[in-house]
Design a protein around this ligand. Structure first.
Ligand SMILES: Nc1ncnc2c1ncn2[C@@H]1O[C@H](COP(=O)(O)OP(=O)(O)OP(=O)(O)O)[C@@H](O)[C@H]1O
Ligand SMILES: [Mg+2]
Length: 344
């Protein structure tokens, strides 16, 4: 599968350019006002008490700012950030080693926390609650657990799948934030702030062109901005205009609502080839020459979010809004009772 400009996941070569655009203070983090206000209070109160902030759980779709917020928390508290992730912790011992290496007040960022192993999770419960880990020495009936004190720290967990977290783990976080998709005003601000960091100026209209195609996701806004910048460098001595932004985004096949080639192909197939549906997932996948997983995980969620298609037990169907986006009208159904009444 090739990486589309509107994929919510980062491309493998994007890590450096992403970190260059990360805001480092809470004041520079755009949007999500409730989360920002609440988090600011948690951090201020901890600073006031001279203690470590409560453990923080951040959940939400990819690219909305979970890693960014984790870095901001450590920054605002003036402490180092340790980064690890659920899949990187194979054994409980791996986690015990990380935890016992922390010094007081540090922030441990545990990304994809829902993918941690069960034994590691149990070890984490104790560490979060009592700042202690039990290291098991020996095997079988002779095994003994040696408790090791660990210094107070703040755990920041991030997950795209909050629903997969066991209740006892979720309950141990003092503060939980659910990040939502951003509105276009926030995305315009993000694009303009990032443009400043890239050394280009972006007028309001160009920023709006980028924002409306960004699917509510800052990662996508920043990526589209970088593509527009490249285009401007090649075609217009680096100067971005709204028309140029539109041309660039058209070249990358991102339409004014943020649909890419695959999204449009799926919608087009449902409407044109299958009369609006219902059509089964595997038939749909074959007709657009894609894997079923790609359709299900990449194209469908956004088409459903826009209200352009629905998943029903009988298959996928296009909504009137979906038809309208293709500039078509759904075939009218025969009025019940046969002949239409011409005189009413
Ligand atoms: N509120 C925001 N203001 C400004 N920039 C943001 C904001 N949220 C995210 N970004 C930018 O978007 C990019 C992606 O954000 P980040 O890596 O924090 O997402 P994430 O939620 O951790 O995604 P994933 O689930 O893939 O790990 C970063 O370059 C970051 O700078
Ligand atoms: Mg992240």
């Amino acid at each position: 599968m090739t990486h589309s400009p509107v994929d919510p996941w980062p491309a493998p070569d994007e890590i450096a350019s992403e970190s260059a655009l990360r805001p480092s203070a809470l004041d520079d983090f755009e949007g999500q006002p409730r989360v920002v206000d609440q988090l600011s209070l948690v951090l201020q109160a901890a600073r006031h008490r001279g203690s470590t902030p409560d453990h923080v759980l951040l959940s939400g779709p990819p690219g909305l700012g979970k890693t960014t917020l984790a870095m901001i928390i450590a920054n605002e508290m003036g402490v180092p950030l340790h980064i690890t992730s659920g899949p990187a912790i194979q054994h409980a011992g791996d986690l015990a080693a990380i935890l016992s290496g922390l010094t007081e007040g540090e922030v441990l960022f545990l990304d994809e926390i829902h993918r941690m192993s069960r034994p590691a999770e149990e070890l984490l419960y104790l560490a979060m609650e009592d700042f202690r880990v039990d290291v098991v020495v020996g095997k079988g009936p002779g095994a003994t657990a040696i408790p090791i004190e660990i210094p107070p720290f703040t755990l920041v967990g991030a997950t795209t799948r909050a629903g997969l977290l066991p209740g006892p783990l979720r309950d141990r976080f003092g503060f939980t934030a659910q990040l939502d998709y951003y509105d276009s005003v926030d995305l315009e601000r993000i694009a303009r702030r990032s443009a400043g960091k890239l050394g280009i100026t972006l007028d309001a209209e160009s920023a709006a062109e980028i924002a409306r195609r960004s699917r509510g996701t800052p990662r996508i806004a920043n990526r589209l901005l970088r593509r527009v910048r490249d285009y401007a460098q090649v075609h217009n001595a680096g100067v971005v205009t709204a028309e140029l932004a539109r041309d660039a985004l058209e070249l990358y096949e991102v339409d004014p609502l943020g649909l890419d080639r695959l999204d449009r192909a799926v919608l087009d197939a449902i409407c044109r080839r299958f009369g609006g549906g219902p059509v089964g997932l595997s038939t749909l996948a074959i007709s657009v020459a894609e894997e079923t997983e790609t359709i299900e995980e990449v194209a469908e969620p956004f088409l459903v979010r826009l209200g352009f298609m629905m998943r029903t037990p009988r298959g996928r169907i296009a909504t009137p809004a979906g038809w309208a986006h293709l500039g078509m009208v759904p075939p009218t159904q025969e009025p019940a009772g046969g002949q239409p009444d011409l005189f009413s």
